[in-house]
Design a protein around this ligand. Structure first.
Ligand code: 2M8
Length: 434
């Protein structure tokens, strides 16, 4: 093992809590939905039994209607806000005994299962495991297409910025300016644990909490949320993850002879891919953008989420060629390739902030998603740059949560941003190295 691989493996071992892996000691002390998916890929390389446990633990939080929450509170911890009592998922008649939140995250589980299948040496054993969890994942996709697509158009909505995973991307600024919020008493812990200037502001947290308070009043009823939530977005990353997961469980379903379910998934899939291209591709920006269902308008901003459709095989070759220009002397690479790839928000925008969380820094899960997408379309050279940049940042700083995109600024830094010993940074490094 190289030492980077050993160090990455150590991070996962240290963050393992008996049956699941926390994203980061202190800062994120519970099981998170999409983190857990990326982490399971890392475990699959090291210890297949742990990869399976990770997935099973996440599914313990699944609701009766198929919904999978963004946090599962298996354990108690005092270092995170908002905890289970703020989310109060028990208000819904769909929630399980296990404590969970009542909002979700990008649905990566379907493609994670296929990744694990591809990594596994004992195919029979892993297929047996996938058989066990297949219906739960199918039910989750069924939930999305029957509860999160009120106009029945093939794209699903998210109702909270935490559902996007890209918590404070500048795109949400344009939603916050559409409504007022009361002044909630916040009990933030994150800003005491790491540099507060790298985290969202208190004003932003007022909006985050306000949405949760609304959903609680509505007992997390999807019809009431779709009818009243001021945040109702078709997000390119979220929909791409669902489409990539559909594709994977269609392939796995065929191996398992789940003919009827494969048929239904394929129908959702065809419509979803078409709609991504007719509704979310922006011809001027050469990228996928966001649609604000509540205010019926496109939010035309380019973030790293705008490139995620590559991984799900959504763009035509012509659209993909246009997307790639952002990395070849475009605003993400910089004209002279002065940026590491890939910033989380358009570096040429006035809203870009290279240090502040999802407003600019590089995130390893998005790099991995974009790397996979570029490989899928045969852009091997640019994919290699993303892979090299990712491994360079890990080697130089360690497994931080996010990183500075500017090569010049990086020269004077000795660490990354956010939490350290961050699980998905380690897990996906393992995958890129093996
Ligand atoms: C961040 O989000 C959580 C809320 O879910 C937070 O800031 O408290 C995001 O980066 C999210 O994408 C990630 O899953 C989570 C745990 O790593 O942290």
């Amino acid at each position: 093992m190289t030492s980077l691989l050993e160090d990455a493996s150590q991070v996962l071992h240290n963050n393992w809590k008996d049956s699941f892996t926390i994203p980061c000691e202190g800062l994120y002390p519970f099981q998170w939905n999409w983190d857990s998916g990326f982490i399971a890929i890392g475990w699959a390389h090291l210890d297949m039994e742990r990869a399976k446990r990770e997935v099973l633990s996440l599914l313990k939080g699944q609701w009766k209607n198929g919904f999978i929450p963004h946090i599962v509170f298996h354990n108690e911890a005092e270092t995170y806000y908002p905890g289970p009592e703020v989310h109060a998922a028990y208000l819904s008649d769909q929630s399980p005994k296990t404590k969970t939140s009542g909002i979700t995250q990008p649905p990566v589980l379907g493609f994670v299962l296929e990744e694990i299948y591809n990594i596994a040496k004992d195919k029979e054993d892993i297929l047996h495991f996938i058989d066990e969890v297949f219906d739960a994942v199918y039910l989750n996709h069924h939930y999305f297409y029957t509860h999160r697509d009120p106009a029945n158009e093939g794209l699903v909505y998210i109702c909270h910025n935490w559902e996007a995973g890209t918590d404070n991307t500048p795109v949400w600024d344009f939603i916050w300016e559409t409504f007022e919020v009361p002044n909630y008493e916040l009990d933030r812990k994150d800003t005491k644990l790491i540099d507060a200037s790298h985290r969202p502001t208190n004003k932003e947290y007022q909006y985050y909490i306000h949405l949760i308070e609304l959903f609680k009043q509505w007992k997390y009823d999807d019809v009431l949320i779709a009818g009243g939530s001021p945040f109702l977005i078709q997000d390119p990353l979220f929909n791409s993850m669902l489409i990539a997961s559909n594709e994977s469980i269609i392939r796995l379903g065929k191996l398992l002879n789940r003919t009827e379910k494969v048929g239904q998934l394929s129908r959702w899939q065809t419509r979803a891919k078409e709609r991504m291209n007719t509704k979310l591709f922006d011809d001027q920006l050469n990228a996928y953008v966001y649609y604000d269902l509540r205010n019926e308008r496109k939010l035309s901003h380019v973030s790293s989420s705008s490139f995620a459709p590559l991984m799900a095989g959504i763009p035509t070759k012509e659209q993909a060629d246009r997307i790639v220009r952002h990395f070849q002397g475009g605003r993400f690479s910089g004209a002279k390739h002065e940026n590491f790839l890939c910033a989380s928000f358009d570096p040429g925008s006035e809203f870009f902030n290279s240090k502040k969380y999802w407003r600019g820094p590089i995130w390893i899960n998005l790099n991995w998603i974009i790397y996979r997408g570029l490989r899928r379309y045969g852009y091997d050279e640019i994919a290699d740059i993303i892979r090299k940049d990712t491994l360079y940042l890990m080697e130089k700083y360690g497994f931080y949560e996010y990183f500075e995109p500017s090569k010049e600024v990086n020269k004077s830094l000795d660490k990354g941003y956010g939490g350290n010993n961050f699980s998905w940074s380690a897990a996906l490094t393992i995958d890129l190295l093996t």
